[in-house]
Design a binder for this molecule. Structure first.
Ligand SMILES: Cc1cc2nc3c(=O)[nH]c(=O)nc-3n(C[C@H](O)[C@H](O)[C@H](O)COP(=O)(O)OP(=O)(O)OC[C@H]3O[C@@H](n4cnc5c(N)ncnc54)[C@H](O)[C@@H]3O)c2cc1C
Length: 372
């Protein structure tokens, strides 16, 4: 079967691409590994920035819908030390350019903006191969396959499309995050809720840290950050939430109880996420009929830019394809040239894990905030 423009991955980047194409009248199909939108909790707050994420949503004609899901006041940010003493407090005065939304609500907004059937759930790509003249065959884990004239890999860090373009593979940064949630913080975990404040709270030391966000309904979302090898984590039994939590919190011995409670009071099993990156200057030669966007193209350690870049990639790729309906190679070349420069710049400028958890933290970061 030959399909129209084929997008692999219904993450934020793939969905905004599908939306822009839909608005411009270009048919496309999105193949997504997950069985349904509800398969995996799409947790986390994302600040959608006025220089990449927001323009992307504007191109998608979704600014009005986006404004409806903004969580007011969440741009507040504070940094504490291990005793719980406030080192920096930046209130949300309403003038910030990066309003926060829940990732799951943003994804649902994009899904709702597409015609029914655009996303084919439960289609995990198992392999791709070149057929020549810009055509590709995409194989799925269920044994089916499609052939397409335009293939876009929007399938994240472990992209199955990337090998068509590059030999690069993600490398472990040396840092991992452990995620948990406390629900209805104000009523059920008032000390923790007060400690986190109105938006984001960080406690940073060299090699370790705790970051927490106040999400919708006063839910508190905690990320523990640790510089340890993958082998170190492999020795922690994450199949037993109590054992894993006790082992992780041991690394924060001597920290104030209101900080460690963000971990020990977690109401969801701790989820381990190793942090991987692609080479900072990752790029490829123009290859007919295929390209990448978002994490598949430029996976970086969390720095507040990744989802925003994925959105802008998707929107700009959609605009480029719509602008060159009879010349997809020109569209892909224009998109890639701008995307390569943009992603290298954004990832070089944003704070990296070294700024947050290297020697000199937290004062390096505090000085960066105070300096503007
Ligand atoms: C801990 C953490 C915190 C972060 N915080 C922020 C933040 O605050 N702000 C920010 O801007 N960014 C943040 N990021 C980065 C951000 O999450 C990513 O950059 C962004 O999600 C990339 O979007 P994407 O659409 O490229 O890929 P993804 O969101 O990864 O979506 C890829 C999609 O492809 C699907 N898929 C994967 N493999 C296959 C396959 N074989 N077949 C079919 N489908 C497949 C997946 O199921 C998924 O739906 C964070 C990342 C991490 C790890």
């Amino acid at each position: 079967m030959t399909t129209p423009l084929t997008i692999i991955g219904a993450g934020l980047g793939g969905l905004v691409l599908a939306r822009v194409l839909h608005v411009r009248g270009v048919p496309c199909t999105v193949y997504e590994a997950e069985a349904s939108p509800a398969t995996r909790a799409q947790g986390g707050l994302l600040d959608i920035r006025d220089y990449n994420g927001q323009p992307a949503l504007e191109m998608a004609g979704l600014t009005g819908e986006f404004r409806k899901i903004i969580l007011e006041g969440r741009q507040a940010m504070r940094i504490l030390d291990r005793r719980g003493t406030l080192l920096l407090d930046v209130p949300d005065d309403g003038t910030g350019g990066s309003p926060e939304v829940q990732r799951g609500e943003l994804r649902q907004m994009l899904l709702d903006s597409l015609p029914a059937g655009t996303v084919r759930w439960g289609h995990k790509v198992s392999g791709v191969r070149t057929l020549g003249e810009g055509r590709h065959e995409v194989s799925f884990a269920d044994g089916t396959a499609v052939v397409t004239n335009v293939l876009v890999g929007a399938d994240g860090a472990w992209s199955r499309v990337r090998p068509l373009l590059s030999d690069a593979t993600p490398e472990y940064t040396g840092f991992s995050f452990i995620e948990t949630h406390l629900f209805d913080g104000d009523a059920r975990h008032p000390t923790s809720a007060e400690t986190v404040g109105g938006g984001a709270m960080m406690v940073l030391e060299p090699g370790k840290g705790i970051l927490a966000h106040r999400e919708r309904d006063g839910n508190l979302h905690t990320w523990v950050m640790l510089a340890r090898s993958q082998d170190w984590f492999a020795a922690v039994d994450f199949t037993d939430p109590d054992v894993a939590t006790a082992r992780i919190v041991q690394e924060f011995d001597g920290w104030a109880p209101e900080l460690t409670a963000l971990v020990t009071d977690g109401e969801t099993p701790p989820v381990l996420r190793h942090i991987f990156t692609l080479p900072a200057e990752h790029r490829w030669d123009r290859t007919p009929g295929v390209t990448l966007l978002g994490d598949a193209a430029h996976l970086a350690a969390p720095n507040g830019e990744g989802a925003n870049l994925a959105l802008l990639d998707g929107a700009e790729l959609g605009e480029a394809i719509a602008a060159h309906p009879d010349d997809v190679e020109t569209a892909l070349a224009e998109y890639e040239q701008a995307m390569f420069v943009r992603s290298v710049g954004a990832n070089a400028e944003g704070p990296d894990l070294e700024d947050m958890l290297g020697d000199g933290t937290p004062h390096k970061l505090i000085n960066a905030f105070i300096g503007g």
